[in-house]
Design a protein around this ligand. Structure first.
Ligand SMILES: [Zn+2]
Length: 269
């Protein structure tokens, strides 16, 4: 019974999260106006707004204009419900579990926004990082682990950026040897920034939430899941950049749930 209550609470939070995901990047208020269809703008009745169920009984279409409603709505609601139930299962009810659920919910919102816009608002990102300091009793050690992970990610970013920039520079030098008259069209200095700044903040939040060891597991899982996605994207010849925050968030969640078992299986713990 308590699980059902927690799940429904997660669904309701997920419903609000959809509003944040849609309106925040467009700089709209998350409170006004009340819910309306994004296509025909007709205000919705309360029974069009029941998490999960409304989407199902409307068969994924707006009641008024019959335009399809994005699968994002029920999916975010369902995932929020799952996050709430799994955090309760792992940690019970306390301020620490509430903070943990809040961080995962924010990571979900950041993932969807990153998928849609390839960039994330700092307001959500910094909120997730700040709340993550309060996911355990010892705030100082949470802060410590966050700073270590952010430092490690920043350092990695320097190395990768240097490598990618050098590679591009060498490629251009070879091209210029073949066709020196192209010199005017090429940039003089090459500075490519690898990885987003948003990734560093998310890594910090995971550090505070999971501790360093489990965050390393999370990053490993993130890389493991991002690899087939990037191969697939190359195969589809898409030149779009792959957002990394969704993979970090997924890795973080999996490490939160199963990280200790994974370490045991690997013989590390
Ligand atoms: Zn409509």
């Amino acid at each position: 019974m308590i699980y059902l209550f927690i799940f429904v609470l997660g669904l309701l939070i997920g419903s609000f999260l959809n509003v944040v995901i849609i309106r925040l990047p467009q700089l709209q208020s998350v409170v006004f106006p009340s819910s309306h269809c994004v296509k025909c703008k007709t205000p919705l009745k309360w029974w069009h707004n029941i998490p999960l169920l409304s989407w199902l009984f409307l068969r994924g279409r707006c009641h008024y204009c019959k335009e399809p409603i994005s699968i994002q709505y029920p999916l975010v609601e369902l995932l929020s419900g799952i996050i709430f139930v799994s955090v309760y299962y792992k940690m019970g009810i306390s301020i620490y579990s509430a903070a943990t659920a809040a961080v995962f919910i924010l990571l979900l919102a950041l993932s969807v926004i990153d998928l849609k816009y390839k960039a994330v608002p700092d307001s959500l990102n910094l909120l997730a990082l700040t709340i993550s300091f309060f996911t355990r009793e010892d705030i100082l050690s949470a802060l410590h682990d966050a700073l270590v992970m952010m430092g490690a990610f920043s350092l990695l970013r320097f190395y990768v950026s240097y490598y990618v920039s050098k590679k591009e520079e060498m490629y251009l030098k070879r091209e210029l040897k073949k066709a020196p008259w192209l010199r005017a069209y090429y940039p003089k200095y090459i500075m490519i920034e690898a990885m987003g700044e948003g990734d560093i903040i998310v890594a910090g939040a995971l550090g505070a939430l999971l501790g360093i060891k489990l965050t390393l597991v999370a990053i490993f899982l993130a890389a493991l899941t991002a690899l087939p996605a990037s191969i697939l994207q190359k195969a589809l010849k898409s030149d779009k950049e792959l957002p990394f925050i969704p993979f970090l968030a997924l890795g973080g969640y999996l490490s939160f749930m199963f990280g200790e078992q994974i370490l045991k299986l690997a013989g590390i713990e």
